[in-house]
Design a binder for this molecule. Structure first.
Ligand code: ADP
Ligand code: MG
Length: 264
């Protein structure tokens, strides 16, 4: 589910984003080179836990047929830090976990979603799927001021799930997404990126119900097993994330009812 690649060269830093992922040339175990945007633990709010949340989100997105770039565990050889000329990148490499989270670089014609973009009928399944996905994983980081959605024509890529699955222990007033009024946050100022485009639209949640119900408990165990052992401190957060997905799957009718309420 999560391919492993080895970084061979640092190309540049991302031009946007809080964590400044690093574009790297990597070699796949099976041979062949791939360019990935690699998120380093030192740049993240929650270290390797943030990286593990990216992996769980990517696994779930793939099973839901959502367009995410291919995710990777990126092995960063310790020697790489010493050959990188940029001192800031070199320091981050040196202080990060030896495994980063990689997102296969999408083609150059993709650019960030802007207010001028419209959701077409072709995009609708992905957009509705992303809206439900973000509602369940509590991803408040896909919004007009920070779209984390790359678009080219009618094709989309969803990126950046490091802030998803926040621990609910520290969230006052948090409610599970199938409870009434739990998802009002999708409709606040600078709320969900796709909210204005989905509001009042006639939506078919049938295909989504099927995809969600197909995610078995065994499949969720596989998500957990795909987390690199080097990130073992992320384990409690991974369990919490998997519980959240399992519970949402088991209460999907309630989640959809709450989504419909928000979109009215
Ligand atoms: N797979 C990718 N393909 C192309 N560009 C990407 C990809 N992943 C990240 N980027 C670029 O890097 C920026 C920062 O990455 P992102 O995952 O959003 O991290 P951050 O948490 O720093 O915002 C994005 O806004 C985008 O410009
Ligand atoms: Mg981002």
């Amino acid at each position: 589910m999560l391919g492993r690649v080895t970084a061979s060269e640092v190309i540049r830093e991302a031009q946007s984003g809080r964590t400044r992922p690093v574009l790297m040339l990597c070699e796949a175990d099976a041979g062949g080179a791939v360019e990935v945007f690699c998120k380093l633990s030192a740049g993240c709010f929650d270290g390797v836990t943030s990286l593990a949340r990216e992996v769980v989100a990517a696994c779930l997105a793939i099973d839901l047929n959502l367009p995410v770039p291919t995710p990777y565990a990126v092995e960063i050889p310790s020697a790489l830090a010493s050959v990188v000329t940029d001192p800031e990148i070199s320091e981050r490499l040196g202080t990060s976990s030896p495994i980063g989270f990689g997102s296969a670089k999408v083609a150059n014609q993709f650019s960030a979603w802007t207010a001028g973009h419209r959701v077409t009928e072709f995009m609708l399944p992905s957009v509705v799927g992303a809206f439900v996905f973000d509602a369940v994983i509590d991803n408040a980081d896909r919004k007009p001021s920070n779209p984390n959605c790359l678009v080219s024509g009618e094709r989309l890529h969803l990126i950046d799930h490091e802030l998803a699955f926040p621990s609910t222990a520290g969230l006052p007033g948090w409610r599970p997404p199938w409870q009434a009024n739990a998802l009002s946050w999708l409709d606040r100022a600078d709320g969900h990126l796709f909210y204005p485009e989905l509001k009042m639209r006639n939506l078919d949640f049938g295909p989504l119900r099927q995809l969600w119900s197909g995610i078995s408990d065994d499949r969720l165990l596989e998500y957990g097993q795909t987390i690199p052992p080097e990130w073992e401190t992320a384990q409690p957060a991974v369990e919490e994330a998997l519980d959240r997905v399992r519970n949402a799957r088991d209460n999907l009718d309630g989640v959809i009812a709450e989504i419909r309420r928000v979109l009215q």
